[in-house]
Ligand binder design. Structure first.
Ligand SMILES: CC[C@H](C)C(=O)C(=O)O
Ligand SMILES: [Mg+2]
Length: 614
């Protein structure tokens, strides 16, 4: 029977000082001996996905106390990728994941907390807290802030469109759009609090925590503004105390994150991601969480799954006018998992934090299996259509669910968008450890593509070339020295991919990089090339005009050069000594001590860009 960790500082005569301090935080005599539940909140006014979280940590805390626990809230940082994008701010995005993981570890271990509730939402916060949960392996429940409502605009010509952040970015560089229309787009693209409304990284990761079994049904798709979401926070507060008591008082190890989010659960999560065209960042973050939890889930497992899992759901940016609120109306993540289970792609015998098995959860929450009025009502939660930064501030509902599995938002396997996955892992002589592409966002006309390499050794120079029309139809934009170590920080190439669309080149060019992509990127965008140039990857040897061959059906990315030529170039590069494997021209970016420390310890994307100290 594991003793409560918190006894370390709450019991024994010599802990009188510590107890004195616990009393000063508000603990009373009868609180000593109760499970101490850490509540990792991520409220900040910098990020729309977090502006509404300020009081939600205490909402959970009150429920923890009602359930017999002691709640102690703390806060992590949260970087807004969309604001950090396009300047040196983006160098901090991925490194912030490690800062968040460490912050959770420091607070939980520093104070010997017994269990953890993670209140996350945006791109690096959910994975940062997930990595910490897998590292710590104490009882945990995830509850995210929830998706933003999709924007709705009516243009000067009267056309109405559902829009999001990406539409505003693309419009801004589209010379055919009037300033008035761009302003309309900007004013309406992000109407409420919540994580940006498409299947971008934040929503992808919050959906994956549902599939891993670490979050309650509805976590990934229930809107931040809807009153239904409050129940997820209330239930998380009760559930975590129950899980803690099962572990510490009944010796039930099945409630631990590494028991729930085991190898098969990682397969479920990646299967979900592939079936819904999730952000490629999920590859990076699942690999990292697998490393932190010693799960053994690798790029090869992702490749294996991507060859057999169908695309059952397409959401912006893979398709226009479909956003998270529409996925919810079709049954949310439980709806997609239900279809995957019926198609034989799911391990449904796995436990979750809320149900004995995923199968039991699906029987209760999959709208095609249950006639429960309360569950059907839950998934009819609709957007309020009123701009707000206030959580749970509206209760609108659709009249009907979307149960059309032939042409609706969620498809049954028989009517899949495509028989194999929304994501592919490619290998070749410039990606010997692999690279990834979100195939759900690639037009079928360019699944195979060969073109001359246009070399850029920073995102900035690639952006200026695209905007000044120096990138032509048929080109392969190659951006290197933007990997985890080379950037450092492995920037998201959202602006280059958006500007290629702005210039009408979204289906006429490819972009390959050792950097990564935002979940808002689509098109023939291949990222995570490993090993990265800064680690001696062959992407560093490609020269202007070299033919780059992309063959997604056969899972190949290569430069059409002989091994001998590549070997010759490698020898010439190594002969450069100190300046080898570095950008030819000095880049303007300021690499601070914080970023240099990150660069010293990080690894290539094929390992999840995890920090390796040994
Ligand atoms: C829409 C872009 C979003 C903010 C992002 O960075 C991601 O999805 O990764
Ligand atoms: Mg991002």
């Amino acid at each position: 029977m594991p003793p409560y960790r918190s006894r370390t500082s709450t019991h024994g005569r010599n802990m009188a000082g510590a107890r004195g301090l616990w009393r000063a935080t508000g603990m009373k005599d009868d609180d000593f001996g109760k499970p101490i539940i850490a509540i990792s909140n991520s409220f900040t006014q910098f990020v729309p996905g977090h502006v509404h979280l300020k009081d939600l940590g205490q909402l959970v805390a009150r429920e923890v106390e009602k359930a017999g626990g002691v709640a102690k809230e703390f806060n992590t940082i949260a970087v807004d990728d969309g604001i950090a994008m396009g300047h040196d701010g983006m160098l901090y995005s991925l490194p912030s994941r490690e800062v968040i993981s460490d912050a959770v570890e420091y607070m939980v271990n520093g104070h010997c907390a017994d269990a953890l509730v993670c209140i996350s939402n945006c791109d690096k916060i959910t994975p940062g807290m997930l990595n910490a949960a897998m590292r710590l392996n104490i009882p945990v429940v995830f509850v995210s802030g929830g998706p933003m409502e999709a924007g709705k605009v009516v243009f000067e010509n009267g056309v109405e469109k559902a829009v999001d952040l990406i539409d505003a970015m693309v419009a801004a560089a589209d010379d055919s759009m009037s300033d008035a229309d761009v302003l309309t787009m900007e004013q309406n693209a992000c109407p409420t609090c919540g994580s940006c409304s498409g299947m971008f990284t934040a929503n992808s990761m919050n959906c994956l925590t549902e599939a891993l079994g670490l979050a309650l049904p509805g976590n990934g798709s229930t809107l931040a503004t809807h009153s239904d979401r409050e129940r997820l926070f209330v239930e998380a507060g009760h559930l975590i105390v129950d899980l803690a008591k099962r572990y510490y008082e009944q010796d039930d190890e099945s409630v631990l994150p590494r028991s729930i989010a085991n190898f098969k659960a990682f397969e479920n999560a990646m299967t979900l991601d592939i079936s819904m065209g999730g952000s490629t960042n999920t590859v990076l973050h699942l690999l990292a969480a697998s490393y932190e939890g010693e799960i053994g889930f690798t790029m090869d497992d992702i490749d294996r799954l991507s060859r057999k899992v169908p695309v059952l759901c397409k959401v912006a940016p893979a398709i226009e006018n479909i956003h998270m609120e529409d996925v919810h109306r079709a049954g949310g993540i439980m709806g997609i998992l239900g279809e995957l289970d019926r198609a034989g792609h799911l391990h449904s015998d796995l436990p979750t934090v809320h149900s004995r098995t995923m199968k039991e959860a699906l029987a209760r929450w999959d709208i095609r299996q249950t006639n429960s009025e309360s569950v059907h009502t839950f998934f009819k939660a609709a957007p309020g259509g009123v701009p707000t930064q206030v959580a749970f501030s509206q209760s609108r509902r659709w009249d009907e669910l979307d149960l059309d599995r032939k042409s609706g938002v969620i498809r049954e396997a028989e009517h899949a968008y495509s028989k194999d996955g929304g994501l592919a892992v490619l290998y070749g002589n410039i990606a010997e450890d692999g690279c990834v592409v979100k195939t759900a966002g690639v037009d079928e006309s360019v699944l195979t593509f060969t073109g001359p390499a246009r070399i850029f050794e920073s995102q900035d120079t690639a952006v200026s070339a695209i905007l000044t029309n120096k990138v032509k139809e048929g080109d392969v934009v190659l951006i290197r020295y933007e990997g985890p170590r080379g950037g450092p920080g492995m920037q998201e190439m959202l602006y280059p991919t958006s500007y290629l669309k702005s210039k009408g080149l979204g289906k006429a060019c490819a972009l390959v990089t050792d950097g990564r992509f935002s979940g808002g990127s689509s098109g023939l965008s291949i990222g995570h090339i490993s090993p990265e140039a800064a680690e001696g990857g062959a992407i560093g040897l490609v020269e202007e005009g070299d033919p780059i061959v992309i063959d997604i059906p056969n899972r190949v990315l290569k430069v059409d050069l002989t091994d001998e030529e590549l070997a010759r170039r490698r020898a010439a590069m190594e002969a450069k000594g100190e300046s080898a494997w570095k950008p030819v021209e000095k880049r303007k970016r300021k690499i601070t001590t914080a970023l240099r420390a990150y660069a010293k310890l990080t690894t290539s994307a094929s390992k999840g860009a995890v920090r390796v100290v040994d």
